[in-house]
Write a protein that binds this ligand. Structure first.
Ligand SMILES: Nc1ncnc2c1ncn2[C@@H]1O[C@H](COP(=O)(O)OP(=O)(O)O)[C@@H](O)[C@H]1O
Ligand SMILES: [Mg+2]
Length: 310
């Protein structure tokens, strides 16, 4: 099995002086090609930071990331943009669709921005797998949350990326819609050979993965393969005893967004990441007062790019 992405000695430190936060602490990590990996841990354990660094959305304080054989840190801006655009797909908790575009237009937007043709056979296959065929002319506001996230999944797969990254992709979904999205991610691995890395604090979501790695205070502290939900819950109870088997049940903390300044080409920024929300029962994740809701700046950016193409 080849390695789709690799991190060595990855450290990310935010702030300075007494406000310093070591979000990631000397992490070594490999993502195997054709596998579904879940990155688990309580709120604030460094999941999003690790994912954003692996996805070349942010730069480490120390250490190095490779996507395939490409050392991300050695890339200048333009090849870095091309790498994000061509080799990586993103699915975010907040869907991040452009509200004024139809589902179809959203799905092909990254290709349109890159000036590329749509591979019709691939488009049809992805749409068929996601059962979106009768929704393509709808705007996001005319779609359920689950349908919107399926559109975001299709968008992430359109350029046949080396790796699809999802940061709590089912965090805003009811349990039925979450199961559809997770089932699709699973199928994309099994049927398309897709490599998927998903951040989640939820044992049910992680049970769809081949492998779960557990973060605590910025370090990888454990790993399970082929675990079912029960295995994952008992591992979590063992690894995070103070969280009483449910990392999400910890006290809410500020979930800052380390990727604010980095926008992959043709993609939208993960402007909100409501990590600490508790939604085990499929309830809507509460949003944080004052937290950016994500769509505004990213939509403007996407549309500005699109306009620049016309
Ligand atoms: N932009 C930032 N500025 C300062 N601290 C941050 C920033 N982003 C994340 N952090 C801090 O880094 C730690 C890890 O955050 P994060 O990776 O978002 O964790 P998780 O996704 O597991 O909830 C937390 O303590 C968080 O508050
Ligand atoms: Mg997070």
């Amino acid at each position: 099995m080849s390695i789709a992405a690799r991190a060595k000695g990855l450290t990310k430190i935010y702030g300075s002086g007494s406000a310093v936060v070591t979000a990631l602490d000397n992490v070594d990590f490999e993502v195997t090609q054709g596998e579904f990996t879940a990155i688990m841990g309580p709120s604030g354990s460094g999941k999003s930071t690790l994912m954003h660094l692996l996805a070349a959305l942010d730069t480490p304080t120390e250490g190095e990331v490779w996507i395939g054989d490409t050392a991300v840190g050695s890339l200048a801006d333009t090849p870095l943009t091309v790498l994000r655009r061509d080799r990586i797909g993103f699915i975010f908790q907040a869907f991040n669709l452009v509200p004024t575009l139809t589902a179809r237009e959203n799905i092909v937007l990254p290709l349109a921005i890159a000036g590329r043709a749509v591979d019709d056979a691939w488009f049809d296959k992805v749409i068929d797998t996601l059962a979106l065929g009768d929704r393509l002319t709808h705007k996001p506001s005319e779609l359920s949350g689950g349908q919107q996230q399926r559109v975001a999944c299709a968008r992430a797969l359109m350029n046949r990326p080396d790796i699809v990254f999802g940061d709590e992709p089912t965090g805003n979904l009811d349990s039925t819609s979450a199961a559809e999205v997770l089932g699709f991610l699973r199928r994309s691995v099994d049927e398309f050979g897709q490599t998927v890395v998903m951040v989640t604090h939820d044992a049910h979501a992680a049970s769809y993965a081949d492998r779960a790695v557990f973060l605590s205070d910025g370090r990888i502290v454990d790993e399970l393969r082929g675990a079912n939900q029960e295995d994952l819950l008992s591992a979590m109870a063992r690894i995070y005893p103070r969280h009483d088997a449910d990392p999400a049940a910890g006290p809410p903390t500020e979930d800052a967004n380390p990727a604010d300044s980095a926008t992959p080409a043709g993609e939208v920024t993960p402007a909100s990441d409501a990590g600490p929300a508790v939604y085990r029962d499929g309830g809507q994740a509460p949003t944080h007062p004052g937290e950016p809701q994500g769509d505004e700046p990213t939509v403007e950016r996407s549309l500005a790019r699109r306009a620049a193409l016309d």
